[in-house]
Write a protein that binds this ligand. Structure first.
Ligand code: FAD
Length: 463
C-alpha cells in the first residue's frame, strides 16, 4: 500500500464521523476523514434552492439544556469537542405537542408542562407518570451488557392509561426507534430524557452552523478531510482492517478504521456481507413548504407536532409508498430566534417504504411523489395552519433520495435494528460509529463518535 500511513481513517463526514475524527486528532492521532460527498453532514446536511438554504433533515436538536448545565449529553459533547456553548447559537422551542384523535398533550423544555398536561388529560395516571419520571432519571441506560428489555413491557409497571402510553411513545419512536412496534427500554430512557426532560432547540442558521463548527474543529485539531472521496472497499488482511481503497483506485493504510456508513454497508465494504434482514427499515417521505407568513402570525406556536390519526398507530414499514397513520410536522420558524422569522417553513414527514419507491418505473416516480405530497399537505392542514394558500416554494424527498445521497441501504435513517453498543464490527481494527453503533439523532451520533474514539482509539491504547 502507498504512503502515508494513518493512525485512523474515519469513513463518512456525518455527525459521528466528524466527532470521532476531532476526538482522535485532538490527541495527536494522524487522522484522515473521507467523505463521498462535496458537503459534510450525511443524513443531516443542507442544500440551496430558490435563493434559500434548507436543512436536509433537521427538525430539532434534542437534549437542549441552558448554558452552564453540566452532566448532560450536550454538555459532554461540547466539552469533549472543545466547542463553546454560545457558538451553537441555540434557539429553544416554545413548546411541541402530541395530537391523537381524542386528546392533545403539550410539552416543552420544562417537564412541568408535560406533568400538568398529563394531570389534566389523564388524572388517574398522574402518580404513575411521576414514578416513571423518577425511574427514567435514576436508570443507567448505558450498560452495554444489559439484556434487551421491551419498553412496552416495562411501561406496564406504571399503570398508565393505554392512550397516554401511546402518546408518550409516539415522539420517541419517531425520533429514534429502529425496532418495529417497540423500542428497547434503554433507548426509551435515553429518548425520554432527550425529548421530555431536556428538550428541543435549533441552531440559528440551521444545521450548517453546527457542521461549520465541527469541520473547523476537525481541521484545527489536525485531521485531514478529503471530500468527494468515495471509499470502494475496506482492506482486510489476516482478519483485520489495514486500510481503505478509494473509488479512484488509491489505497491508504492505517491502524484503525472507524466507519459511519452503517452496519450492513460497512460489512459489505469489508467484503463480509451481513444478512439482508439486518437492513434498517425506518425511512421517510418528507415535504418542505415555505410559506409567506410565519406560523406564529397564524396562531400556531408549536415547533413540532407529532400526530396520529388512530388510537394505536403502528410503528412498522408501511405496505404502501407512504403510511398516513402517524407523522411529524415541524414548523422550523417556531423556535425562539433573536430575530422574528420573515417566512414560515413547514416540514412534514411520514413513514415510507423504500422498496416500493425504488420499484416505481422512472416515468411514474415524479407523479407518485407529487400525489403523496398533495395528500400530505391536505393532512397537515388538520393539525397546523394550512400551508397551501401561503406557499412560496415547495420541495420534497423520498427514500430513494436518502439512499442516493447517504448510501444507506434502504434509505434507512436510524440504521439497522441490530445495535452494536461496543462498536465492534466483527473484524479487528474496524469499528462502527453513528446510528448503527446504537445512539441515533444528531446528539446521539455525535456522542457515538466521541465514545467510540475514546474507547477504541484513546483509552484502549493507553491501558
Ligand atoms: C430527513 C431526516 C431528518 C432528521 N431529523 C433529525 C432531527 O431533527 N434531529 C435529530 O437529532 N436527528 C435527525 N435525523 C437523524 C440524524 O440525522 C441521524 O441520526 C444522524 O445524522 C446520523 O449520523 P451518522 O454519522 O450516524 O451517519 P450519516 O449522517 O449517514 O453519515 C455517514 C456518512 O458516510 C458517508 N459515506 C457512506 N458511505 C461512504 C463511502 N463508501 N465512502 C465515503 N463516504 C461514505 C455518507 O455520505 C455520510 O456522509 C434525521 C434524519 C433524516 C434523514
Amino acid at each position: 500500500m502507498s504512503a502515508p500511513r494513518y493512525d485512523a481513517i474515519v469513513l463518512g463526514a456525518g455527525m459521528s464521523g466528524l466527532s470521532a475524527a476531532i476526538r482522535l486528532a485532538q490527541f495527536d492521532r494522524r487522522v484522515l476523514l473521507v467523505e463521498r460527498h462535496s458537503l459534510p453532514g450525511g443524513l443531516n446536511s443542507w442544500y440551496k434552492r430558490a435563493g434559500r438554504r434548507f436543512d436536509t433533515g433537521l427538525h430539532a436538536l434534542t437534549n437542549y439544556v441552558p448554558r452552564g448545565t453540566s452532566g448532560t449529553p450536550l454538555a459532554k459533547i461540547l466539552r469533549q469537542l472543545r466547542i463553546p456553548y454560545e457558538a451553537l447559537q441555540l434557539a429553544p422551542q416554545r413548546r411541541s405537542e402530541v395530537v391523537f384523535p381524542a386528546e392533545r398533550l403539550s410539552f416543552s423544555n420544562d417537564i412541568g408542562l408535560l406533568e400538568s398536561e398529563v394531570a389534566r388529560a389523564f388524572p388517574a395516571s398522574r402518580e404513575g407518570f411521576a414514578r416513571l419520571i423518577e425511574c427514567v432519571r435514576s436508570a443507567n441506560p448505558f450498560d452495554a451488557q444489559a439484556p434487551f428489555a421491551s419498553a412496552r413491557a416495562r411501561l406496564l409497571e406504571f399503570t398508565l392509561d393505554p392512550e397516554l402510553v401511546e402518546m408518550l411513545l409516539l415522539p420517541l419512536l419517531w425520533y429514534g426507534s429502529a425496532l418495529a412496534e417497540d423500542l428497547a427500554w434503554d433507548d426509551f430512557v435515553i429518548l425520554f430524557r432527550s425529548l421530555y426532560l431536556e428538550g428541543f432547540a435549533r441552531p440559528e442558521g440551521g444545521v450548517k452552523t453546527l457542521l461549520d463548527l465541527l469541520v473547523a474543529r476537525a481541521k484545527e485539531s489536525g485531521a485531514q478531510l478529503r471530500m468527494n472521496c468515495p471509499v470502494r472497499r475496506i482492506v482486510v488482511e489476516g482478519g483485520a482492517a489495514r486500510g481503505i481503497e478509494l473509488e479512484s483506485g488509491e489505497t491508504l493504510a492505517c491502524d484503525q478504521v472507524y466507519s459511519s456508513a452503517g452496519w450492513v454497508e460497512t460489512r459489505a465494504l469489508a467484503g463480509a456481507p451481513a444478512p439482508q434482514e439486518d437492513r434498517g427499515w425506518v425511512t421517510i417521505f418528507e415535504t418542505l413548504c415555505v410559506t409567506r407568513t410565519p406560523h406564529r402570525a397564524r396562531g400556531h406556536d408549536a415547533a413540532i407536532t407529532f400526530f396520529s390519526q388512530v388510537e394505536r398507530p403502528r410503528w412498522r414499514e408501511p405496505a404502501e409508498l407512504v403510511g398516513f397513520e402517524s407523522g411529524v410536522l415541524c414548523c422550523s420558524d417556531n423556535y425562539q430566534t433573536r430575530e422574528e422569522p420573515a417566512e414560515g417553513l413547514l416540514r412534514a414527514t411520514l413513514l415510507a417504504n423504500h422498496d416500493r419507491w425504488s420499484e416505481l418505473p422512472e416515468q411514474e416516480y415524479a407523479a407518485h411523489k407529487r400525489a403523496a405530497a398533495a395528500s400530505l399537505e391536505e393532512l397537515s392542514a388538520r393539525f397546523v395552519p394550512d400551508p397551501r394558500p401561503q406557499t412560496l416554494f415547495r420541495d420534497g424527498f423520498t427514500p430513494r433520495t436518502i439512499r442516493r445521497y447517504t448510501a444507506h441501504a434502504g434509505g434507512a435513517v436510524y440504521g439497522s435494528p441490530l445495535r452494536h453498543r461496543d462498536g465492534l464490527s466483527g473484524i479487528a481494527n474496524l469499528f462502527l460509529v453513528g446510528n448503527d453503533q446504537g445512539l441515533v439523532g444528531v446528539i446521539g451520533t455525535l456522542l457515538s463518535g466521541i465514545t467510540m474514539a475514546n474507547l477504541h482509539g484513546l483509552y484502549a491504547q493507553h491501558t
